[in-house]
Design a binder for this molecule. Sequence first.
Ligand code: PLP
Length: 477
Amino acid sequence: MVSTHPVGVQPSGNQYLPEKRSNTTLSPNQELLPLSARVNRHNCLEIGGCDVTTLVQQFGSPLYILDEETLRTACQQYRDTFKQYYKGESQVLYASKAWNCLAVCAIAASEGLGIDVVSGGELYTALKAGVSPDKIYLHGNNKSREELILAIESGCTIVADNWHELHTLVNIAEERLIASESTLSTQHSVLSTRIMLRLTPGIECHTHEYIRTGHLDSKFGFDPNDLDQVFAFVSKQPSLNCVGLHAHIGSQIFERQPHRDLGVVMVQWLRDAAKYDLELTELNVGGGLGIKYTESDDPPSIEEWSKAICEVVQQACADQNLPLPKLLCEPGRSLIATACVTAYTIGSAKVIPDIRTYVTIDGGMSDNPRPITYQSVYRAVVANKMSDSLTETVTLAGKHCESGDILIKNAQLPKTEPGDILVVMGTGAYNYSMASNYNRLPRPAAVLVANGEANLILQRETYQDIIRQDCLPERLK
Ligand code: PLP
């Protein structure tokens, strides 16, 4: 369970600290704790120069703590390695479904990234964060008319997923054309809804069934067998400006081969499009690079993954005698997961002799639904006992009214007591964004930490927030 450690050295929470190796830049997705993590002289975990126990006193518990250095480093590594290894134009998009909020979108955009959104809500947030619409791409397998109109009117690119959506887009354009009637400038924008086509590449990869999207039996994207019909249809629509192709094969992937295969398949599709006089200039290979959640996880670095993709697309284009398209990718998890930890306060314990000890925290499946949804495995440390030996094996239980609300089975921790601060690592992706109010728990606050300063980026919900949308009909009062 616990990673290898030097002989004679008792394992402690310190084993998870990023190893500062000389001459090597750490790839955030290969670390367990954020890059700025260290242990101070009080034996407490610090992130971004802030003592985690002090943050909890100041901002309450549970608390999402987002390390700006780690997030920016991941953005820069993606951006710079695509520039380094790809001879054509490139654009990295942040798949904001991993964690969409104003501050995160603003940080990603300030590093030159675009944003991938999958709903009107995510789109609205990205726009409000100041992201340039020409760098926003709207995904989704069942976008509403309202979501499509918001994207069109804002000037974003729409990643069309299915026939129904293509027909709706054409219909919206016709309606807008009629509504605009005489204004030529409006007609121009109406006639150029910028779209990409999402295809299901039929590539299998070894990841959890629910987070695998690229195999043929997937709810997302056009079937590649329909490619000719789709290209023929799109090429005849003056209102659709189809600029490229998109595919995403899944999430938390450690192998590089599936993405290499994807690059080759996508370049073939580009060549096929030429038959229909479609000039497709963009190729988006999706996201999917995995991260280290436990010491046994061994994902490629951001640089290794990016290099593999750039090389394969370049080679495939050379083989097919095609000009290099603008290459896009849209990582989510590997950009943000490691940058965030969740701090909880330990409460009750239940010892069942010869079976197990449950140690309870003040959150659970409402702030991190991944263990109960995907059986995801996490590691934790006790922030105020970082150098203490890991002497206990306990099951960390959430506080929800659900037996399955277990955050970590068989966690190795120092001896804990109520009031200790437990820190679960790698919680930046699909935690806050999937959080709920189950059992009417208010969602936690989130702070951004850097250089010893902590800024609130998400307020803690209150009980007033919990009943904000409730309506009590007069006759029940
Ligand atoms: N793009 C699309 C279309 C996705 O569905 C997802 C995640 O499911 C991503 C990008 C991001 O994937 P990841 O977080 O694994 O990088």
